[in-house]
Design a protein around this ligand. Structure first.
Ligand code: ADP
Ligand code: MG
Length: 314
């Protein structure tokens, strides 16, 4: 039985609503969230299909978390289509590969894109990490650990699909979010990701579902229900629903203007959904080990390098 199997949907949603009301009524916004979080949390953002909004969710979720006082780093871990820099309208010169080759320190590649938000361009560096021998891997990773003091949340924007590296990211993170849209192709592909993850981990994975580009909350809920019930029926796994982001033309505009929605159009209709998502994913009921997990960057990267390395060897 998976530790994150939630109660029946309506009860879970009610529970979350209660927690959310508590959080919202707290003037500080996150109800002492920072105190509740032990160490940095790493969160992988996954999808089956491309173009469902992973990068935009990563960017705006990071900004929503930062608005609440958390320090966030986004690791641009989409090995094929890294584009977090474009969404922020910045041009970082260096990536993790430069750190691995000893040309730069992490402090030099960490690119500040807003108050409390930085990006780490992954580039080919993430693949190179897996190729290093154990000793060198540990040494490099220990050089990265200064991030632990500077970061509360590490978000990983990954590639679409069930590539072995994506599974490695998900399995190395404290928890993951699968994003789908209401399109049948995206729904089917998100189920495939869930299935692969359940099979790879024997159901021992902390994961939640987000529906993006929904016309309204009702449509999003119906989409979520389809995936949740398929998971229950065929995988014996109930994925919690973390909520939705509704369709908003201002998100497309923000991409064109290279200024994230929460920086350029913070009052737009989809903006509250990112803030709500930021609260929901740290609802303790979504992360049962939240209080005793210490998700440090060095251990996260070590887990990741080993996972990628294991898979490459197969
Ligand atoms: N909620 C939304 N409403 C409208 N358009 C969206 C929304 N979320 C993302 N988009 C648009 O969808 C496209 C793909 O988004 P992106 O974040 O790049 O997806 P991915 O990283 O999954 O490939 C972008 O053009 C973006 O503007
Ligand atoms: Mg992307």
């Amino acid at each position: 039985m998976n530790p994150i199997i939630m109660p029946a949907m309506p009860a879970h949603v009610n529970d979350q609503a209660t927690v959310l009301r508590g959080l919202v009524s707290d003037k500080k916004g996150f109800g002492g969230l920072k105190d509740r979080m032990a160490g940095m949390k790493s969160i992988s953002i996954l999808s089956g299909k491309g173009g469902v909004g992973k990068s935009n969710v990563a960017v705006n979720l990071a900004l929503a978390l930062a608005e609440s006082g958390l320090k966030v780093a986004i690791l641009d871990a989409d090995l094929g289509l890294a584009n977090i820099d474009i969404l922020f309208g910045v041009i970082p010169k260096f990536n993790l590969g430069h750190v691995l080759r000893g040309d730069k320190d992490l402090s030099e590649i960490l690119f500040k894109v807003g108050e409390r938000v930085s990006i780490i361009p992954g580039g080919a560096g993430l693949r190179e990490l897996a190729d290093l021998d154990d000793q060198r891997q540990s040494w490099i990773i220990s050089r990265l650990s200064f991030l632990n003091d500077e970061t509360d949340v590490l978000l990983l924007d990954t590639s679409a699909g069930i590539h072995k590296n994506v599974l490695a990211f998900a399995m190395s993170s404290d928890f993951s979010i699968i994003i789908t849209t209401p399109e049948p192709t995206a729904i089917r592909d998100s189920y495939s990701v869930l299935k692969s993850l359940c099979q790879a981990t024997d159901g021992n994975i902390n994961i939640g579902l987000v529906v993006n580009m929904a016309v309204d909350e009702k449509e999003a809920f119906m989409v979520a229900e389809r995936i949740i019930s398929a998971g229950e029926q065929f995988l014996d796994f109930r994925i919690p629903y973390f909520g939705c982001i509704i369709w908003d033309s201002a998100i497309r505009e923000s991409v064109k203007r290279r200024k994230p929605l929460l920086l350029g159009n913070a009052e737009s209709i989809s903006a509250p959904y990112f803030r709500k998502l930021a609260k929901t994913i740290f609802d303790p009921s979504c992360d049962p080990q939240a209080s005793d997990k210490k998700g440090k960057l060095d251990t996260f990267l070590l887990r990741l390098a080993r996972k990628i390395g294991d898979k490459e060897k197969r």
